[in-house]
Design a protein around this ligand. Structure first.
Ligand code: BG6
Length: 477
């Protein structure tokens, strides 16, 4: 065992297999992992972890898989078979980690185990400084369960050694929002209610729930994506300029946004939210099962689509709707933020064809920024000046000639190893987000608001359009 160790709980799970091990391999390939770092995977059953990880990584990395890098990586890698709920197993883990001076524990398990794992790590003396812990979202299922987990984490580690992961914050395109807003003078003077009519944030996926049904069915899109990824994007769009990039400077501004969200409860869930659940359909020409069909046709009221008309009640954003939506099994994968500016106050041109400016920040599948601006159509204009909206486009992939888009977790691993918490969520942010989300979930229950069916491969339930139309807007696809 080296001097430093990364211990991954849930080493056989979806997240570790698809994201965590490949990220660590890539970092090693680029020479970015500290040479003294061991990687210990842990799960319940005996397993040949290196063989499993090799197969996973080889598949993910494809042609660029290197035997030399693998040999180096494999030397770091070991497995510990233990039951995360059994206190005694932590003594054995402590023996395995003897001689290690600094450990990072990564909890890639169901949130149901977070508190127990933290308590047992504490009991076995494994959580003493400088040990750190990384925990995946969602932290809990609601505010009450989140607080229980937080109390256990706090007890064992303390806030400055807790790294709450929201992998959206590790994405280049998401960090670029900070650069776009605060490294340019162009947008900030216009970034408020006077110039902006509304903002739309969409996280659309083509994938279904696949093998994650038992987790997903208890959480649904509201808790799986809105509580974390969507609200984090909203924070970065709506927050005030922080004084610097220090972790607390940024997080202080983000939490203010979440706290300014106008509550949505039983009185207005029907007007301000839409729930949907996909049914059988075609995605990319392939027939796919409906949500309940993915699990033996079992009945379920879990939503796989949510749309919300949110408001940030502060001076900057008074009266500006923020339309948020996310869904699985939609027609296209598309994560984008659209900032719709107001129309010109007085037009000297014929009204027809005059389109208000719009800034579109596309995060996935491509990283692109485009600004729609009005132009004169070249002509002799004998019937009056003709105008046309055209886009100024910036492709980040082209501009930076990047050969590979990094996995968000690569950045997050490096920051956690360095102890930098800027891209990790603070406890008060998580709790404020749960408080807002809980009201919506309770409202749905109180109003018995069931998800509306939408065909897989479609654009989601048609009732989403009423949300934007109420304010005279429309979803921009
Ligand atoms: C995860 C959710 O946090 O994010 C998944 O649990 C979702 O349900 C995923 O599919 C989306 O992430 P990305 O990076 O593919 O947009």
């Amino acid at each position: 065992m080296h001097k430093r160790a990364m211990v991954i709980f849930g080493a056989t799970g979806d997240l570790a297999s698809k994201m965590l091990f490949p990220s660590l391999y890539y970092l090693d390939a680029d020479g970015l992992l500290p040479s003294e770092l061991s990687i210990v995977g842990t799960a319940r059953n005996p397993l040949d972890l290196p063989a499993r990880v090799r197969a996973l990584v080889a598949e993910r990395v494809g042609e660029s898989f290197s035997e030399d890098v693998w040999a180096r990586f494999a030397k770091r890698l070991s497995y510990f078979a233990g039951d995360a709920q059994k206190e005694d197993d932590y003594k054995l883990l402590a023996e395995k980690l003897q001689g290690v001076e600094e450990t990072i524990f990564y909890l890639a398990t169901s949130p149901d185990f977070f508190a127990t794992i933290a308590q047992h790590l504490n009991g076995a003396g494994l959580s003493k400084a400088p040990a750190r812990i990384m925990v995946e979202k969602p932290i809990g299922h609601d505010l009450a369960s989140c607080r229980k987990i937080e109390a256990a984490l706090e007890d064992a580690f303390g806030e400055d050694r807790i790294f709450r992961v929201d992998h959206y914050l590790g994405k280049e395109a998401v960090q670029n929002l900070l650069a776009l807003r605060f490294a340019n003078t162009l947008f900030e003077p216009l970034w408020n209610k006077d110039s902006i009519e509304h903002v739309q944030i969409t996280v659309a996926e083509t994938v279904g729930v696949d093998g994650r049904w038992s987790y997903y069915d208890r959480y649904g899109a509201l808790r799986d994506i809105v509580q974390n990824h969507l609200l984090q994007l909203l924070c970065l769009v709506a927050m005030e300029p922080p004084a610097d990039l220090q972790p607390d400077s940024v997080r202080n501004e983000k939490v203010k946004v979440i706290r300014s969200l106008r509550p949505i409860g039983a009185d207005d869930v029907e007007r301000r939210t839409v729930r949907g659940q996909y049914t059988r359909g075609f995605v990319g020409g392939t027939e796919v099962a409906g949500y309940t069909g993915e699990k033996d046709g079992r009945e379920s009221d879990t939503e796989t689509f949510v749309a919300i008309a949110a408001h940030v009640d502060n001076w900057r954003w008074a009266g500006v709707p923020f339309y948020l939506r996310t869904g699985k099994r939609l027609a296209e994968r598309n994560t984008q933020i659209v900032v719709q500016f107001r129309p010109v106050p007085h037009s000297i041109f014929p009204r027809r064809g005059l389109v208000a400016n719009r800034l579109t920040i596309r995060l996935q599948p491509e990283e692109e920024i485009s600004l729609c601006i009005m132009n004169k159509t070249p002509s002799l204009d004998r019937g009056g000046m003709q105008l046309k909206p055209l886009s100024l486009n910036l492709s980040l992939i082209e501009a930076f000639k990047r050969t590979r888009r990094r996995i968000a977790y690569e950045r997050l691993f490096l920051d956690a190893l360095a102890g930098n918490q800027t891209l990790f969520v603070r406890r008060d942010e998580t709790e404020a987000a749960w408080a807002w989300i809980d009201r919506i979930a309770e409202g749905w229950q109180e109003r018995d608001m069931k998800p509306m069916p939408y065909a897989a491969g479609s654009g989601g339930p048609s009732s989403q359009h009423a949300l934007t139309e109420r304010h005279g807007g429309a979803w921009i696809e």
